[in-house]
Design a protein around this ligand. Structure first.
Ligand SMILES: [Zn+2]
Length: 391
């Protein structure tokens, strides 16, 4: 299959989108520009949902519909999804192009995460239109605040979505589709002891740091089995050499491909802290005082588990065959909007876009890889499949 990607047009659109700063919650400008672009490309409807109240963003998510063409217009179609926010630093982002490699100036991220996905979608729509290719109805879900913990996708107005499944363009690598990704839960534990002068009156103190250390020590971290990981990533508390610390905070996370394992690994943590508190013995000077701890979840998302036999994967492998390439199924290490969309009944596979070194100022991407993902999108949209017709 020969797909006429206009690589210079793709590059131009990519650079333009990257240079519109859009850190999470400040997506107003890019949302406005995307509305213009998709209007020009002939969108049937452009809807900005009401998620902004929940996310605190300048913009809602964009739900955009393109009518199908030819016999495929009666199929149910699918959606393509990208997020329009980026991480920081992104102030004054400028794209540097050296041959086919795009980077930033080195003082900001590039924003290929996830503007490579947006640029590929725009090029897909250009190609479908200028070549009058038959395709099913296409829906775009362009989310906000993905980088803050999938907030836009969580607050998406799901009753507005027409497609039964789709693809999130949001992974590094190329010719890869992520079919599984872990559930995760972030948490903060606070241990409350009692302050006292460490030299003059140690008997009056209850050392929160030592209690935390005892509770943490027996808990396995790293890969803890069952496709799960656990980490304690930050500890803070205490005041000075000579003061018994009365408060210590610990930040950590648990991830697992199995949704059911997450609460089990969290319970192990609270059980360990509770056991240490229960075993604590007062001195004469601390009678009447009991140390305590609090456990607060700071955000969680469910696992992504696409069934092996599903239309969403069947279509992507059909697209691969059309292009004479193998699209490799992979397990992702982190969450994306696909976790949330799938959990809301919209099976979503994550396609790689070639983005590399994301979330760093070394972020980069090649035009060749963006052309390659655009070709996959065109193949997805033009694949001959016997999908259920709208009845
Ligand atoms: Zn991303």
């Amino acid at each position: 299959m020969n797909i006429p990607v206009n690589s210079e047009r793709l590059a131009r659109n990519f650079i333009e989108l990257c240079e519109i700063e859009s850190p999470s919650r400040e997506e107003g400008r890019i949302a406005a520009r995307l509305k213009e672009i998709f209007t020009t490309l002939g969108a049937e409807s452009i809807y900005e949902d009401n998620s902004a109240a929940a996310t605190g963003s300048e913009s809602g998510n964009l739900i955009i519909h393109f009518a199908g063409r030819g016999p495929k217009a009666n199929e149910k179609g699918f959606f393509l999804s990208s997020h329009m926010d980026t991480v920081r630093p992104c102030a004054g982002v400028k794209v540097v192009r050296k041959d086919d490699l795009f980077t930033s100036l080195g003082n900001t991220i590039l924003g290929g995460d996830d503007k490579s996905g947006l640029a590929a979608i725009i090029e897909l729509l250009e190609i479908l239109r200028e070549n009058k290719l038959d395709h099913p109805p296409l829906e775009l879900l362009i989310t906000t605040c993905e980088e803050l913990g999938l907030l836009g996708a969580t607050a998406l107005e799901y009753d507005k979505i027409r497609s039964p499944y789709g693809y999130a363009l949001d992974a590094n690598g190329i010719n890869t589709v992520i079919v599984q990704a872990p559930a995760a839960c972030k948490f903060e534990i606070t241990v409350h002891g009692r302050a006292a002068h460490a030299g003059m009156a140690p008997e009056k103190g209850v050392n929160a740091l030592m209690l935390a250390a005892k509770a943490l020590a027996p808990l396995p971290t790293g890969r803890i089995g069952n496709n799960s990981t656990r980490n304690f990533g930050r500890i803070e508390g205490g005041v000075a050499f000579n003061i018994i610390p009365d408060e210590v905070k610990i930040l950590g996370e648990v991830r697992s491909l199995d949704n059911n394992r997450v609460p089990i690994y969290l319970d192990e943590i609270t059980d360990s802290f509770q056991a240490v508190i229960n075993a604590w013995l007062p001195t004469e000077e601390t009678v009447g005082f009991t140390p305590t701890f609090t456990f607060k979840q700071l955000g969680r998302y469910p696992a992504l588990n696409l069934p092996g036999e599903s239309e969403v994967l069947e279509r992507v492998h059909t697209a691969g065959r059309m292009l004479d390439r193998t699209i490799t199924e992979a397990i992702g290490g982190g969450g994306s909007d696909a976790n949330i969309l799938s959990d809301n009944g919209l099976p979503t596979a994550v396609l790689s876009t070639g983005m590399a070194a994301v979330h760093t100022v070394e972020e980069n991407i090649t035009l060749k890889d963006m052309v390659s993902v655009t070709e996959i999108l065109v193949a997805l949209a033009t694949a001959e499949q016997h999908y259920p017709q709208v009845t």
